[in-house]
Design a binder for this molecule. Structure first.
Ligand code: ATP
Ligand code: MG
Length: 531
């Protein structure tokens, strides 16, 4: 039986988080969020390869490399090949999601630069479909090892694109996933093999699959996807984080900031009363900024050129320019992890210090824009908290930082120096009770989208929280709102009292009532302390 037509095990839901830099996938048992235990939440090790050392099997670098030796490589293998090819000015196909997020839709079908595809045969759409086919085969292997079913109905996480791009982007993603399953059916285990697939195998699979009109119809093969009431197969990235990482242990408003490679996604969510399993998305709070890790990589590259007085257009600089470009993401991660970076140039070394880079005007501007996007969502969150006081007590506002860029200083500043004069506590991802391995715990904030996107009950399925007076709020008014919530501290301290009041107001159902009693969620979720 082909994978694409196979019956899906509907007891589980899967989510593909096709990230700009790192792709992730997870499956979660189809159960109310509040009843999940850790065994119901399974991230898939789609980055693991037989016989290859990878930094973490739970992350698959979103990279494809069209080699000169007649093969196409994926993930870590593609990254390594690109570093070897840098001196010949060869490049990998990186950040493939950008073709859906920022480029003109027509760019998907145009030929790629010679440095990326020396054959001239592969378009962005074709490489995206091949990459997703690799991801699906890897997911199937990982599911078998983890002893969970595969295939399962899938959701696809996506950024909060504007309306026009959202419709086109959703359709493109769905078609690509269908095409990817069909390619996986043709190439099977070859897609996971070390050494990659041959150009010929890729060409013939693509020729058959890309001409099949069925895959262009979003309604075709609906069982492949976990569809919402409105027929959508996608889930917004910040919404997914909320679904999988905010336990309903007490009433609060949580601002999610998911700082990824291509986009920074924001959203605000309010929990219901403890034990009710209700999570509402604050109306109008979702926001997206196309500024995230990738932009920092580019800014660092130009910073290095400037410091080292390298003219990137000089033919004599070709080698060093290619070296810096091929390693720019790794350089940035090293700089932010260790505080400084030493790079070998032609016949000398350059040392970059984190403080100096952070003080440069471009980075200051980057930080300002990020802060302003966070401010807008926080403003909505504060207004929502104010409107939804429980028993006259203010509702606390917290921030949940996720994504690979969560520990960047301009992001952690959101909490230590909030852009509104309020007390803002950091929310840590909450996880269902049960044994968990350390690798999973370390990566939990980066896996938050994939895990939450596979949770059965997403926040948008509940009534949205309406804010009456923020839409046209002037800055002054918002300032007033913010001041009113300056005492969030009090609300945090008073939380147990709020719970007590809530419990009295909402007693658990009596044992002899016919409705099944809800398991109190406070016993099922624990605060994440893995970083
Ligand atoms: N220690 C670190 N310091 C700074 N940045 C880091 C660090 N570790 C990872 N990153 C960056 O985080 C980004 C990857 O994060 P993540 O996996 O959340 O992104 P993504 O999901 O691929 O992107 P998007 O959500 O935008 O599609 C990359 O830009 C990576 O360089
Ligand atoms: Mg992401």
């Amino acid at each position: 039986m082909n994978l694409i037509e196979a019956r899906r095990n509907r007891k589980w839901i899967g989510c593909i988080d096709f990230g700009t830099a790192m792709s992730k996938a997870a499956v979660v048992r189809r159960k109310p969020r509040t009843e999940l235990i850790s065994a119901d939440v399974v991230p898939l090790a789609i980055g693991d390869r037989d016989g290859m050392a990878v930094r973490s099997g739970l992350l698959l670098p979103s990279v494809v490399y069209v080699s000169d030796q007649g093969t196409i490589l994926f993930g870590k293998e593609a990254e390594d090949a690109a570093i070897r090819g840098e001196r010949r000015n060869r490049q990998a196909f990186v950040s493939p999601k950008e073709y859906l997020s920022t480029r003109d839709p027509g760019a998907l079908d145009e030929g790629l630069e010679r440095e990326i595809d020396p054959t001239g045969d592969f378009t962005a759409r074709k490489l995206l479909a091949l990459f997703l086919a690799h991801l699906l085969v890897q997911a199937g292997r990982a599911a078998a090892i983890a002893n969970v079913p595969w295939p399962v109905p899938l959701r696809i996480a996506r950024p909060a694109w504007d309306e026009e791009r959202a419709a086109a982007g959703e359709q493109a993603l769905r078609s690509l996933v269908l095409q990817a399953f069909a390619i996986a059916d043709r190439l099977g285990g070859q897609l996971s093999a070390i050494g990659g697939i041959t150009h010929d195998a890729a060409r013939s699979a693509l020729a058959a699959v890309m001409s099949d009109r069925r895959f262009l119809d979003p309604a075709a093969l609906p069982d492949v996807f976990e569809l919402s009431a409105s027929g959508s197969a996608s889930v917004l990235e910040a919404t997914a984080v909320a679904a999988g990482a905010i336990g309903d242990t007490r009433r609060r408003v949580v601002v999610v900031a998911d700082i990824g490679g291509g986009t920074s996604d924001f959203g605000a969510f309010m929990t219901g009363l403890p034990g009710r399993g209700v999570l509402g998305e604050v109306d109008g709070s979702s926001g997206i900024l196309r500024l995230a890790g990738d932009r920092l990589d580019v800014l660092l590259k130009f910073y290095i050129f400037k410091q080292a007085r390298i003219d990137p257009f000089d033919s004599g600089s070709k080698g060093v320019v290619a070296h810096i470009r091929a390693n720019q993401r790794a350089f940035k991660e090293a700089l932010f992890t260790t505080g400084q970076l030493t790079i070998e140039l032609v016949d000398n070394f350059l040392t970059v210090r984190k403080e100096d880079f952070l003080a440069s005007p471009d980075i200051q501007e980057f930080a300002k824009l990020l802060r302003s996007a966070f401010h807008d969502t926080l403003e909505r969150a504060v207004a929502c908290a104010r409107e939804n006081a429980l028993q006259g007590r203010r509702t606390p506002v917290e921030a949940l930082l996720t994504g690979g860029g969560r520990s960047l200083p301009m992001v952690t500043d959101f909490i230590t120096d909030p852009p509104l004069p309020i007390r803002l506590d950091e929310a840590l991802p909450e996880i269902p009770e049960g044994p968990l391995d350390q690798n999973f715990l370390d990566l939990r904030p980066q896996l938050a989208v994939a895990i939450g996107g596979a949770v059965m009950d997403l926040p948008h399925q509940t009534a949205r929280v309406r804010i009456r007076d923020v839409a046209d709020a002037t800055a002054q008014k918002v300032h007033k709102i913010a001041n009113a919530v300056t005492t969030v501290r009090d609300a945090v301290d008073a939380a147990p009292a709020v719970h007590d009041v809530a419990r009295t107001a909402n007693p658990p159902p009596a044992a002899n009532e016919s409705e099944p009693a809800r398991v109190p969620s406070s016993g099922r979720w624990r605060r994440f302390r893995g970083r």
